[in-house]
Design a protein around this ligand. Structure first.
Ligand code: G6Q
Length: 536
């Protein structure tokens, strides 16, 4: 990050001490000026601690980081994932272009569309009943077995787009290596009507392969070995491992090493979603992504939604020292969206080394958390309103509901609008007094306000608006990574634990192996080993 500009930003924040109440009072046109629209979404960022000078400095940070060039580098397939020497081309997955992007000798668009067409053809066969299970029954259950990027995206989007899904086809998502996850799922499905999708880029991930083997053994125990071909398909980049598992290569849907796991939902990793919502809706989903991609690539930064959100995030992380931000979707269908964003943001920008391999001297990726409104209001909003920490929040809402029952939606959205108003403007001691609040209670009933929020509003949660929303956050995260001068597309931080777990697994399975860990880890393993001997 350009440290001169960052210092100027800090100075600006200290000397100006912006108050939202004053900013709104002095400029009646503030909301109109600070609202942008793109790809079916409107972002009102006026309730942020921003004035013209602050925004100018933030835009300078983007320019100093050569953001424009870096965006082009990503879209055109330069190897910007340098530590893995890979291009980063998830934007190609949702391009409507069918040819013309040659990267590393590969016609990326053509390959993408070949796989999409294969997914659509397969989904149609399942959905129309042309593809039957081994005993001749229609597929009624889909179990996606994957983890991380091969789970969170499809699980979130399936939930989000339930109103568009074929309700006679129920999808389950198994990720945890804890046997409870697969065991409880298998209790809810029937072997002869279940399709398992083994979703793993590498096809070596411990959790996924363990669950896949358990599912396979379960199916074979019910229907016999010959049934596997009709009930298992794979999504992977690793053809030989898929064949080794016993899945017919015809039933393998490929993707490529330039698709990062957490960016892979619009690739074949979205197969369960295509099965659920059908090819037509999946194409609309991709078109939403594409609309936001175009906006990000072409809009001037001061009207560019992902860039503005990124800069606002940097303002709070680096200027105000905020550790976290909350994502608060006012839509029950988006219940998994915060979890999805946690991976997207925290795995991408949870880095402390610059692209030159030096320790960073400033804060990078924030902690992301959240729950759907209005549930959060009855739980943690207290701390946002009256606690001691600054917690910027993104409020995400829709003008129309998929379930227009009575006045549920009006009530939901009344809360949605009320919360950002209350957070921004608070309630003064005088207002409390005017309501007759006893003097002793005034300190407790006062709201200082000045808590910043973004409001993201769309007409309706549709495949298209969901695609655009995901792309918005992807590009926000990308922009922040560029400004922080970190690599957003690797995830070396997940490796160490995996290696140690492999070693400890051997020690758990073979109790005669000596332990050479620290005294804490040794003692914990010994306690576990001892408990295995105890019979109740
Ligand atoms: C995402 C990460 C990670 C990955 C999982 C699953 O960006 O790379 O979450 O998606 O570890 O990996 P496989 O798809 O290879 O099983």
């Amino acid at each position: 990050m350009d440290t001169d500009t960052a210092e100027q930003l800090e100075g600006q924040i200290e000397s100006h001490d912006l108050k939202l109440k004053e900013l709104f009072a002095t400029d009646p046109g503030r909301a109109a000026k600070m609202t942008v629209s793109a790809a079916g979404w409107t972002l009102d960022y006026s309730k942020n601690l921003l004035d013209t000078q602050t925004l100018t400095l933030l835009l300078k940070l983007a320019e100093k980081a050569n953001l424009k060039t870096e965006i082009e580098n990503m879209f055109t397939g330069k190897h910007i994932n340098q530590t893995e020497n890979r291009a980063v081309l998830h934007t190609a997955l949702r391009s409507s272009k069918t040819t013309g992007l040659i990267v590393d000798g590969q016609d990326v668009y053509a390959d993408v569309h070949t796989v999409l067409n294969k997914m659509y053809a397969f989904a149609t066969r399942i959905r129309t009943g042309e593809w039957l299970g081994y005993t001749g029954k229609r597929i009624k259950y889909v179990v996606n077995i994957g983890i991380g990027g091969s789970d969170l995206g499809p699980a979130m989007a399936y939930q989000a787009l339930l109103p568009y899904s074929k309700r006679t086809l129920k999808c389950f998502f198994v990720s945890n290596v804890d046997a409870t996850h697969i065991a409880e799922t298998l209790l809810q499905v029937k072997a002869d009507q279940t399709l398992f999708i083994i979703a793993s880029k590498t096809f070596t991930t411990q959790e996924t392969m363990t669950n896949a083997q358990t599912a396979r053994a379960w199916l074979v125990s019910k229907l016999g070995e010959a049934a596997v071909a009709k009930h298992f398909v794979a999504v992977s980049t690793n053809a030989s491992k898929v064949a080794e598992f016993g899945i017919n290569p015809d039933n393998m849907f490929v993707f490529w090493d330039w698709v990062g796991g957490r960016y892979s939902l619009p690739s074949a990793i979205g197969l369960s979603l295509v099965l659920a919502i059908g090819p037509r809706n999946f194409k609309r989903f991709l078109s939403g992504y594409e609309a936001m991609d175009k906006h990000f690539r072409t809009a001037p930064f001061k009207r560019n939604m992902p860039v503005l959100m990124a800069l606002i995030g940097i303002l709070y992380s680096n200027g105000y020292g905020a550790d976290t931000y909350a994502v608060l979707p006012y839509d029950q269908y988006l219940v998994r969206f915060p979890a999805y964003l946690q991976q997207l943001d925290m795995e991408s920008n949870g880095k402390s080394v610059t692209r030159d391999g030096q320790p960073v001297e400033y804060m990078t990726g924030p902690i992301v958390w959240g729950e759907p409104g209005t549930n959060g209001q009855h739980a943690f909003y207290q701390l946002i309103h009256q606690g001691t920490r600054l917690i910027p929040a993104d409020f995400i809402g829709f003008c129309k509901s998929h379930n227009p029952i009575g006045d549920h939606h009006a009530k939901l959205m009344a809360n949605f609008f009320a919360q950002t108003e209350a957070l921004a403007f608070g309630k003064t001691a005088d207002q409390c007094r005017a309501e007759g609040t006893p003097e002793t209670l005034i300190p407790f009933k006062t709201f200082v306000g000045n808590h910043p929020t973004n409001t993201l509003l769309a007409n309706e949660l549709t495949p298209k608006t969901l695609g655009a929303l995901i792309a918005l956050y992807e590009h926000k995260v990308f922009t922040q990574g560029i400004i922080w001068n970190i690599f957003s597309f690797d995830q070396w931080g997940v490796e160490l634990g995996k290696v140690l777990a492999g070693k400890i697994l051997k020690e758990l399975n073979n109790t005669s192996l000596p332990l050479h860990h620290d005294s804490s880890t040794n003692a914990l393993i010994m306690r576990y080993r001892a408990a295995q001997q105890i019979v109740d």
